[in-house]
Design a protein around this ligand. Structure first.
Ligand SMILES: Cc1ncc(COP(=O)(O)O)c(C=O)c1O
Length: 430
């Protein structure tokens, strides 16, 4: 996909729900609005006041605490609270001098990519498909992206191969963007062995891993896997997280944690931290102190862990995932050998393979004639390997919408396949 198409896809992602207002949307990777009521006006003010009291007592900023209406510290004001939350919820350990509060994970990407890939020969590696926000941030920051081959069995082997090939043409792989927990768009969870193998090759080749952990807290089955950051022993992982999915996207608060040393060099880490902070001061000056205070107040209320806070959402998403899987199985039974979908253990998305090319025109067709919006996986891909796949988000809908939406998707697929229409009706009537 070229850069113009990627930017268009990013806009499509953000605006698709507005474009087809009456359609059921499995497109956007948003958290449900269902629990936003807990953060009504009074609760938001309470959170801000709670944080202000805490800041005054702990005097981390000044004798009087921070004036939230002022410009603020570029690296942020709630780092110490967030460090406790990251340790408790994600096993990520940090010290305040390694943390930068960002305006969402998106800003963290925009800060890191030009810093890690300053030279024209530098390259950021990523999986294929990958999150469009990463590709767009790289493009905006002038960093080249190279997609790893998905023909190689493991990501570590694909990195090794990419390194070899890039060296041959005098390019330098500097960074690897990865979503190890419930990847967007694939839903994939990397196990500990895979993570260690990736860390091994990145250590050897001095490649910095940008670990995007937007979805790690949304696990529905199985045991959590240690974060790349927790497994990192050589100082090659920058951990990125966000409060967009756990609290609300509107707060625009995320966190960037640098390793203790960069490949064993503490001074290199310190100068990277300074460079990122300086870059941030040029771009956003600082992340809104008001919304940081909202997050900080919530962390204080929740005893520095969001596990309980997100439990209703986790239960809701798990139910939605299961309902979607059940309806996919029922609706697509007549063509089960020609379709396929995964069962993600967490996150917001599952991936489905259909027997034809699903492109932007298919999205419009499916939305206008059948009333359901889905995301073509080709939007996230660098080649044609994803052309027959779609991404289905199950977080922003309810079980009844999922039933209607999957049946509508079944009608669309049937209409594209001609005679399957008859088979499907027989199967769903039974
Ligand atoms: C993998 C991933 N990273 C980052 C983001 C953006 O996060 P933020 O809202 O914190 O900028 C998203 C949003 O959907 C995402 O899916």
């Amino acid at each position: 996909m070229n850069s113009g198409a990627q930017a268009a896809a990013m806009n499509f992602l953000n605006e698709v729900a507005d474009e087809f207002p009456s359609a059921i949307s499995f497109a956007a990777g948003r958290p449900t609005d269902r629990f936003f009521g807990r953060l009504n006006g009074a609760a938001l003010l309470d959170a801000v006041a709670r944080y202000e009291r805490h800041a005054r007592i702990s005097c981390t900023q000044s004798k009087h605490g921070p004036n939230l209406l002022q410009y603020g510290r570029t690296a942020g004001i709630i780092g110490e609270l967030v460090i406790e939350q990251l340790a408790s919820d994600e096993g990520v350990h940090a010290t305040p001098d390694r943390v930068i509060m960002t305006s969402g994970c998106q800003e963290a990407l925009a800060l890191c990519l030009p810093a890690l890939c300053p030279d024209k020969r530098d390259v950021a590696l990523t999986c294929n498909p990958t999150y469009i926000g990463f590709t767009c941030a790289a493009q905006a920051g002038g960093a080249s992206v190279v997609a790893l081959s998905n023909k190689v069995v493991s990501i570590a082997d694909a990195i090794e191969r990419a390194v070899r090939e890039l060296r041959r043409i005098r390019r330098r792989p500097r960074a690897l963007y990865l979503i190890p927990n419930f990847d967007n768009p694939t839903g994939r969870l990397l196990d500990e062995r895979q993570r260690k193998d990736i860390l091994d090759i990145c250590r050897r080749e001095r490649i910095v891993v940008l670990e995007d952990d937007a979805y790690g807290m949304f696990q529905y089955d199985g045991e959590p896997v240690a974060s790349m950051s927790a497994l990192d022993q050589s100082g090659c992982v920058i951990h990125l997280s966000t409060f967009s999915k756990t609290v609300a996207p509107a707060v625009r608060v995320g966190t960037l944690v640098l390793p203790e040393s960069l490949f064993g060099d503490q001074d290199a880490r310190k100068s990277l931290w300074k460079e990122l902070v300086q870059r941030k001061s040029f771009i956003t000056v600082n992340t809104s102190q008001i919304t940081q205070a909202i997050v900080g107040g919530l962390l204080l209320q929740e005893n520095r862990s969001l596990k309980e806070w997100i439990r209703p959402a986790v239960n809701w998403y798990r139910t939605n995932r299961d309902v979607m899987l059940d309806h996919l199985k029922r609706v697509f039974a007549p063509i089960s050998t020609r379709t396929w979908w995964n069962r993600p253990a967490g996150g917001f998305f599952l991936v489905m393979k259909v027997p034809f090319r699903f492109d932007a025109d298919s999205v419009t067709d499916c939305a206008t004639k059948h009333g359901v919006v889905v995301m073509p996986m080709s939007f996230f891909a660098f080649d044609k390997s994803q052309d027959h796949r779609i991404r289905l988000a199950f977080t922003c809908v309810d079980p009844e919408q999922i039933r209607i939406g999957i049946e509508a998707l079944g009608d669309f697929v049937a209409s594209r396949m001609g005679k399957w229409g008859n088979c499907r009706q027989q199967a769903t009537v039974v």
